[in-house]
Design a protein around this ligand. Structure first.
Ligand code: 13P
Ligand code: SF4
Length: 299
């Protein structure tokens, strides 16, 4: 029996679903019940009729699914698949910043660990960051951890946004000169940029959007060529869905090593052995849940 068939059989027998992020390798995307960006996956996790959720993504994403579904068993196929940016801010950093900025509202990107989510007022994703910040009652907002997404929010808000110094190495490494060169070489191409990219790259974009925002943009556009500044998994998905369009990488291949740790084999083992189960202390889970639910209400 093929590995895909074994996964499908286990899914049925164990009443499991597989949710996968847009950056997963195509083989994993193809076996998933739902593929999406961080916001869509968080929403989707609350509506699935299943006893087990296998989350093909990085740790904070599986943790978010567990926070929203404490009664379900949530598994991540690779325990070492983490987001380095999420690990750049700790709960103690938030407590220290609260003392420094007592009047400020605290907004955390979904790329954070559960104990950080528990300490802030509300969560946002790349799809709704400016909307969430603008909905806050405070004039001053501390935004963690991504300084580039924070910068993008700052440009789209009247609030005083205080930035933290976190970043995503994958998006930081896309060089403005290379992107500018591609724009000159392909003047008819639409430039789509993820807001985790550097401000110099974001400023050149025709649209600054989440990963699923990019998928929707290409689907609805008449253009034939796109320069897409984000992780390669999303470019692979675009090429698979739209073989008639030219999808151009941003000069350097962007690979998230952690997203790529998950394979069909590890998904199979995850289902067979019900590993690795996400566990979060109740108090942290409940406080983090309140921050995520505030986001879902606003967006
Ligand atoms: P999206 O929410 O846009 O899918 O982004 C998640 C992420 O990790 C980007 O690097
Ligand atoms: Fe984290 Fe960047 Fe990987 Fe997204 S692409 S999971 S932000 S390291």
């Amino acid at each position: 029996m093929s590995i895909e068939n074994r996964i499908n059989e286990l899914k049925k027998n164990k009443k499991a679903v597989i949710l996968a992020h847009n950056y997963q390798i195509l083989d994993v995307q193809k076996i998933a019940d739902f593929v999406g960006d961080s916001l869509e996956l968080a929403r989707k996790s609350t509506g699935v009729d299943a006893e087990i959720i296998v989350f093909a993504g990085v740790y904070f994403m599986a943790e978010t699914a567990k926070i929203l579904n404490p009664e379900k068993k949530v598994l991540i196929p690779e325990i070492e698949a983490r987001c380095p940016m999420a690990d750049m801010v700790t709960a103690n950093d938030i407590k220290r910043l609260r003392e420094k900025y007592p009047e400020a509202g605290f907004v955390a990107y979904v790329n954070t660990n559960a104990d950080v989510k528990a300490e802030v007022d509300v969560i946002c994703t790349s799809a709704n960051a400016a909307k969430i910040v603008n909905a806050m009652p405070n004039k001053e907002i501390v935004f963690v951890p991504d300084m580039n997404l924070g910068n993008w929010v700052k440009k789209n808000s009247d609030k005083k946004v205080i930035l933290y110094n976190g970043y995503c190495y994958v998006h930081r490494d896309f060089e403005p000169e290379k992107v500018r060169g591609l724009k000159e070489r392909y003047p008819d191409a639409v430039l789509l940029v993820h807001p985790e990219a550097r401000p110099e790259v974001v400023d050149m974009a025709d649209a600054v959007v989440s990963t699923s925002g990019m998928l929707r943009y290409v689907k609805d556009s008449d253009a034939k060529r796109f320069i897409v500044v984000t992780e390669e998994g999303l470019l692979d998905r675009l090429r698979m869905l739209h073989p008639d369009r030219e999808i151009i990488s941003p000069g350097t291949k962007g690979i998230c090593k952690d997203m790529k740790k998950i394979t069909l084999q590890s998904v199979l083992h995850s289902l067979e052995e019900e590993r690795y189960e996400i566990k979060i202390p109740d108090k942290t889970l409940n406080r983090a849940k309140a921050s995520i639910e505030r986001m879902l209400e606003i967006s």
